[in-house]
Write a protein that binds this ligand. Sequence first.
Ligand SMILES: NC(=O)c1ccc[n+]([C@@H]2O[C@H](COP(=O)([O-])OP(=O)(O)OC[C@H]3O[C@@H](n4cnc5c(N)ncnc54)[C@H](O)[C@@H]3O)[C@@H](O)[C@H]2O)c1
Length: 458
Amino acid sequence: MTQLPTRPTTDVKKTSTGRRTFLKAATAAAAASTLTPALSLARSAHSYGSDEIKIVVIGAGGRGSGAVLDALHTAGPVRVVAVADAFEDVVRRCVSVLSKRLERAKSRSTQFADKTFDVPPERQFFGFDAYKKALATDCDLVILTTPPGFRPLHFAAAVAAGKHVFMEKPVATDAKGIREVLAATRSAKEKNLAVGVGLQRRHERRYQATIERLQDGAIGDILLTRAYWNGTTPWVRPRKDGQTEMEYQMRNWYYFNWLCGDHIVEQHIHNLDVINWLKGGYPVEGNGMGGCQVRKGRDFGETFDHHFIEFTYADGSKMYSQCRHIPGCYNEVSEHAHGTKGYCNISGAAIHDHSGSLIWEFGRGGGGGHQQEHHDLFADLRAGRIPNEGEYGALSTMTAIFGRMLTYSGQKLTWDQALNSQVELGVRDFASFDEAPPVLPDADGKYALPVPGRTKVV
Ligand SMILES: NC(=O)c1ccc[n+]([C@@H]2O[C@H](COP(=O)([O-])OP(=O)(O)OC[C@H]3O[C@@H](n4cnc5c(N)ncnc54)[C@H](O)[C@@H]3O)[C@@H](O)[C@H]2O)c1
């Protein structure tokens, strides 16, 4: 049997934006019988107990399929009732793969006896309006795993339809999208709807234990943090005969900002979020540089292949952030903190003093975050608790968008300028693949790259 992991009782004292604080606060408040209105609402929320939780997925590619599998590994009855994607081939593949995976799992273990894949052809939806049809089904929880450009539209629609949501990071690609996600998050709170965001490090025990120690002063005052996502270039899906420009960009969403936000938003958000979590806030100012040194040409859209940013937090401390997609270079995906008494490799869960002596380390194990975030979300719903990770999901996404604004523009900007930016990337509720996408190639089939010093971001 899959065991629901035991939650540590001592963690996250200071994670003011984390949902674990909410849970801790809820417990304390209940004990004192002095419930705030928000907590009172949460306590009166519907508890699924051992009832079936019906789920749909919108965006049925790699992560969408993975998130459904994670949901099917949680404790208690779960029924998948609909699959939606922009493309028919993706829907058919997802249905075929997931139904077979569940059948095989059931034949091997009774653990899956209460899991059902119930997605007949009439609940397999494709096209730009597939999300509306999926939301109109009888479901409790919606998994949003399209490219992030569509997240604000789909999230707002899911909340309006009264559904609990698990949505992947990033949650938007421009500041307008962030403002929409923040508004929908507030609405979800009012409606008692759960919101999980796929920043899975927040659910990993080793991260939780490390952040708790740092917030408790294990390395003194934190003066400097560093965050890295230096790796290689992801997939390219070559242009096919007969494809419209819209279909080409949708299939190659990684290289178009209106869909992806650039890799600083799409990947590096994980590392930036860890530092925001540690700091209990978001950068107030920044400057940066970046460009496209290697990844040039028609196949690579309009994104940079490297970014470096110096962010400043309200207490004056800095975060140095690097992300790069250039093969053959030094690769690193990690986060670090330096304080008055020592330093910490956060991703390595190890703390040293300034002499280099190890003060503390988490050691092996602790489990991965992808499965844990689903264990936590479904356990909360079954217990009648309403987690809401929408705000930190939005503001850590905004941190990454802020970083992109700094490298694209070459300017020094404030958080408020960035968050209030009226420069939009042009995502709309498209109706057809014949519509023109927000960016178009030139006569040579190339896309315009941002030019620091000239590109306007606010
Ligand atoms: N937390 C993590 O570690 C993690 C890991 C992988 C991916 N992700 C996130 O998951 C999201 C999806 O990534 P992926 O790797 O699964 O990509 P993917 O390309 O495999 O899947 C995305 C799917 O969304 C579909 N889609 C695009 N626009 C749509 C629309 N308007 N309506 C319905 N479907 C639409 C695409 O056709 C595609 O099948 C991204 O936001 C990514 O950052 C998170």
